[in-house]
Each structure stands twice: as structure tokens, then as C-alpha cells.
Design a protein around this ligand. Structure first.
Ligand SMILES: [Zn+2]
Length: 280
């Protein structure tokens, strides 16, 4: 299977997780799963991916609250005080949509998981069950599109980014929040510690700030900026301590390095702008 980003065929093997190999492109360094699970398999898989019981849904809200708040702050800072239309792809229970709606944005969501979508709809949010291609939004409909922990689930990331670009207004913003697992996996491999950190087949790729930028440049985006973007707040105390301490370290290093140093192996947020004019 060719690299989804650069088309390269030469790969290094990183590890095996269940039936899937995780490999890294020797040309552009993109990390992806092979063989790729098909869309039908993934659709069924996502029906069970998000929790359905009330307590765990509330834990999810708490876990993501700082990341959501800081993401919207960053979007609004780049836009001044303007409000507009926002699409959250893979919106889950609609927690980010609720926050944006409170601040005056007109919000839309897409979510394949039926019970998560039902929860969002119960909060009077407009959420579609179809994928982006089947839903086929109008050209240049949105000011902002967000992908929170979604990019690593998409089997054809460039195809999705091109479609996102089409539905964004010229100069519109795309925000991506994604994990970055490969540096940790490589350290654990050297230490001989077994793990399932890639979370296959839920995740079908692992982006670095570099490969995210490459994918965005290829799909009509510029002004690409990656930053720590806050830490999640997991319910389990030990996980919360790890998340907070790595989040604090990431923020501190980013600040003292003059916004240059990003800690490898932790989730980050990227914002990019749709180019006003694309070269043919
Ligand atoms: Zn490549």
C-alpha cells in the first residue's frame, strides 16, 4: 500500500498490533496502518467506540473541557471577535458544539455513532449521521471546521482534507487536535515494553506536526501553526496526573523556547487557514 500523503512505497516496519502492521513512510515519515480496514468495518466499529452510560458521558465532557475551551479561544483570537458558521466533524456528544453555540457560533456536527448523536440531538444540536462525502455540504459554507481526535481515524486523510477545504470559506480556519504516539512507541520498543498505544483499528494513522503540515499544504491550506493546546482531564487519577504533568511540561517548553519547541509524543492542536487562491 502506497503512503497516503506522498505516494511513496518504501516503508519501515514499526510494530504489529493484532491483525495490523504499523509502518512508517521512508520518504515523508507518515505513520499508518496496513492493511487498511474498510469504511463499512469502521462504521460498525464506531457504533461501540463511544460510551453510552450517563456517568461515562459526563467523564468524557470533563476530560475534553480544557482542550475545547482553549481551542475555541485560539480560533476566536485568530478571527478577532467575529462569529460565524462552524462544523465539528466527529462531534461525539456535541460538547464542543454546545460551547461554541454559547459563544454565538452557528454550529453543525457530523457523527457516525448513533447513541452519541442522539445525545447531541437531545441538546437541540444539528448533527448528521452521514459521512462528509455523503452529506455533501455546499461550497464555502463554513468559517471554521474542527476535527478533535478524528484525523487519525480517517482511512483517506487527504481526500477528507480536500473535501473540508471545499466546504470552507476562503480564509476559513481548520482546527485539528490529534495524538502523536510514535515517539513513545519507539522508546517502549527499545525498552522491550509491550503496548497497544496505536489503538488499531480505531486509529489508522499517527500524524506528527510535520506530516500534518505536509498533508495540509497538499490540500490547499497555509498559515499552519501547531501548539500544545491544553491537556485532557481523564477521570482516572493516575492518567490525570500523567496528562497534567505532560501538559504543563509542553506549555512551559513551548513558552520558553519562543513557540518553537513541541514535546514529542503528546497530543497537539494545529490551526491552518484555507488559502484564498489555490495554484492549479
Ligand atoms: Zn510518505
Amino acid at each position: 500500500m502506497r503512503c497516503h500523503i506522498c505516494g511513496g512505497e518504501d516503508v519501515c516496519f514499526i510494530k504489529k498490533e493484532d491483525a495490523w502492521d504499523v509502518v512508517q513512510c521512508k520518504t515523508c515519515s507518515f505513520v499508518y496502518v496496513t492493511p487498511l480496514p474498510d469504511e463499512k468495518f469502521l462504521y460498525l466499529h464506531y457504533q461501540k467506540y463511544l460510551p453510552a452510560d450517563k456517568n461515562r458521558i459526563e467523564q468524557w465532557r470533563t476530560m475534553m473541557s480544557d482542550v475545547f475551551r482553549r481551542s475555541l479561544d485560539a480560533i476566536e483570537a485568530r478571527y478577532g471577535l467575529n462569529r460565524g458558521t462552524l462544523l465539528d466533524i466527529g462531534c461525539g456528544y456535541g460538547f464542543f458544539m454546545e460551547l461554541a453555540r454559547q459563544r454565538g457560533w452557528r454550529v453543525y456536527g457530523v457523527e457516525p455513532c448513533a447513541h452519541a448523536r442522539a445525545y447531541a440531538v437531545s441538546k437541540s444540536l444539528e448533527v448528521d449521521s452521514r459521512n462528509l462525502f455523503a452529506r455533501a455540504y455546499k461550497d464555502e459554507m463554513f468559517d471554521v471546521i474542527t476535527l478533535f481526535y478524528v484525523l487519525e481515524h480517517l482511512p483517506e486523510p487527504l481526500r477528507y482534507l480536500n473535501e473540508i477545504n471545499r466546504t470552507l470559506k476562503p480564509g476559513g480556519l481548520l482546527l485539528i487536535r490529534a495524538p502523536h504516539t510514535t515517539p513513545l512507541v519507539k522508546v517502549l520498543k527499545i525498552l522491550g515494553i509491550p503496548n497497544r498505544l496505536y489503538d488499531t483499528p480505531s486509529h489508522v494513522s499517527d500524524f506528527s506536526p510535520r506530516t500534518i503540515a505536509l498533508a495540509l499544504e497538499k490540500t490547499g491550506f497555509n498559515e499552519i501553526q501547531t501548539f500544545p493546546g491544553g491537556a485532557t482531564r481523564p477521570h482516572v487519577l493516575s492518567k490525570r496526573i500523567v496528562s497534567y504533568s505532560s501538559g504543563l511540561l509542553a506549555d512551559a517548553l513551548y513558552a520558553i523556547s519562543g513557540k518553537r519547541l513541541l514535546v514529542p509524543g503528546v497530543s497537539k492542536t494545529t490551526i491552518a487557514r484555507k488559502m484564498r487562491y489555490r495554484d492549479a
